[in-house]
Design a protein around this ligand. Structure first.
Ligand code: HEC
Ligand code: HEC
Length: 305
C-alpha cells in the first residue's frame, strides 16, 4: 500500500485506535512458588524481548525493529509502578488485556503487542502473578514511555485486520505433556505463538484459529532487525527442500534452545533462542511440526530477489 501524500490528510481524521468497553473478569490470582516460577519463565520467553530495557528492568523501550510502515512505537512500562506501570491494573484487567488486546483505558493495544487468546488459565494466571512479584526487574520505575505514533497503515489495519479478540467464556486448560503432539501444538500456537512469526504475514494471521492461517508455518514473514535489515522467517513445515524435512530432532532442539546449528550460530535477531524452554517442550514442538501440512515455500528465493 502506498503511504504517500494523498492519504496523509486522513491521518488527522482517523482516531489513533478505536476505544472499547473493558469487560474485565472478576479475578484475584493466588499463586504458589511453582506457578510464580512458571510465570517468570513464560515472561522470559514471550514478554521480555519487547518490554525489557537496557537497564534490565521491564520499563519498556522504543521498538526499533518495527517495520517502518507501521510508524514508531514504544513498548509499555510493565514494572509494578502504580502510576506508570501495571500497578494501575487489577488482575482481571491484566487478563483482559493479555487475551483481547484491550487496555484498562479501553484503547486497543496496537498489533505489535501480541494477544494470547488460547493461553491456558494456569499460564495466564502465572504471568499475572509474576508481574505482581518482587522480582528486581519489576521494581517500580516512575517513567512513562511516549505514546505510539502509528502510521496510516497501522491505523488502517487496526480497522480491517487487527481487531480486539473475544474474551473466552469457558476455562482453558493446556494438554498434558504426555499428549506430546497436542502439547507441542499448544506451545507453538498458544503459549509462544511461533506460527505468528513463522507464517507469511501478520496481516493474514488467523489468531482465533491458528491452523487456518494461510501458508501456516511456511515462513517468509519479513521482519526488520534493529539495524533495519530485513530478515525473513523460515519455513518450519516438513517440506524436504524448503522446510525442515531433512533436519533431525536433535538439530532442531539445538537451534531452538541455543541458536546453534552444527556448532555454529544459526539464528539472527529477531529469532532469539528459547533457552528457557525445556528439552521436553522443544521435542513436543518438533513432534507437532512433523504433523502439519508440508508447504513448498522457498524463503531464500524471496530473500535474494
Ligand atoms: C512484540 C513486542 C511485545 C511483546 C512480545 C509483548 N508486548 Fe506488551 N506491549 C508492547 C507494546 C508496543 C505495548 C504498548 C502498547 C500501546 O502503546 O498501547 C505493550 C503494552 C503492554 C501492556 C499495557 C501497559 C499499559 O500501559 O497499559 C501490558 C500490561 C503488557 N504489554 C504486558 C505484556 C506481557 C505480560 C507480555 C508477555 C505475555 C507482553 N506484553 C508481550 C509490545 C510487546
Ligand atoms: C519474533 C518472531 C519469531 C518468533 C516468535 C519465532 N521465530 Fe523462529 N525465526 C524467526 C526468524 C526471523 C528466523 C530466521 C533467522 C535467520 O534467518 O537467521 C527464525 C528461524 C527459526 C529457525 C531456524 C530455521 C532454519 O531453517 O534455519 C527455527 C528452527 C525456528 N525459528 C523455530 C521457532 C520456533 C519453534 C518458535 C516458537 C517456539 C519460533 N521459531 C518463534 C522469527 C521468529
Amino acid at each position: 500500500m502506498s503511504l504517500s501524500s494523498p492519504e496523509e490528510p486522513l491521518i488527522s481524521t482517523l482516531r489513533v485506535f478505536l476505544t472499547y468497553e473493558v469487560k474485565a473478569p472478576d479475578l484475584k490470582v493466588t499463586a504458589d512458588s511453582a506457578m510464580l516460577a512458571e510465570g517468570k519463565r513464560l515472561a522470559t520467553m514471550v514478554c521480555n524481548q519487547c518490554h525489557m530495557a537496557a537497564s534490565g528492568k521491564l520499563e519498556g523501550q522504543e521498538m526499533l525493529d518495527l517495520p517502518a510502515a507501521f510508524g514508531k512505537a514504544w513498548s509499555a512500562n510493565i514494572t509494578r509502578d502504580e502510576k506508570y506501570g501495571t500497578g494501575r491494573y487489577t488482575d482481571g484487567e491484566l487478563a483482559y488485556l493479555i487475551r483481547t488486546g484491550i487496555k484498562r483505558d479501553g484503547n486497543y493495544a496496537p498489533p505489535w503487542m501480541p494477544k494470547f487468546p488460547h493461553l491456558s488459565d494456569y499460564d495466564l494466571h502465572s504471568v499475572i502473578a509474576y508481574l505482581r512479584s518482587d522480582a528486581p526487574e519489576l521494581a517500580p520505575v516512575a517513567k512513562a514511555q511516549p505514546p505510539c505514533q502509528p502510521s496510516f497503515l497501522a491505523k488502517f489495519l487496526s480497522y480491517v485486520a487487527f481487531k480486539p479478540l473475544p474474551y473466552p467464556t469457558a476455562p482453558i486448560t493446556a494438554p498434558p505433556a504426555t499428549d506430546k503432539v497436542a502439547f507441542g501444538k499448544y506451545i507453538a500456537t498458544s503459549k509462544v505463538e511461533c506460527y505468528g512469526c513463522h507464517s507469511p504475514s501478520f496481516e493474514t494471521q488467523n489468531i482465533m484459529e491458528p491452523e487456518k492461517t494461510p501458508g501456516y508455518f511456511s515462513g517468509g514473514n519479513a521482519m526488520p532487525n534493529k539495524e533495519g535489515e530485513i530478515i525473513l522467517t523460515r519455513n518450519l513445515t516438513p517440506d524436504k527442500t524448503t522446510g525442515i524435512g531433512n533436519w533431525t530432532e536433535e538439530q532442531f532442539i539445538k537451534a531452538l534452545r541455543f541458536g546453534q546449528r552444527d556448532g555454529k550460530p544459526a539464528l539472527r535477531y529477531p529469532m532469539v533462542p528459547y533457552a528457557a524452554m525445556t528439552d521436553e517442550e522443544a521435542s513436543a514442538v518438533w513432534a507437532y511440526l512433523q504433523t502439519i501440512p508440508s508447504i513448498s515455500h522457498d524463503v531464500d528465493a524471496i530473500q535474494s530477489k
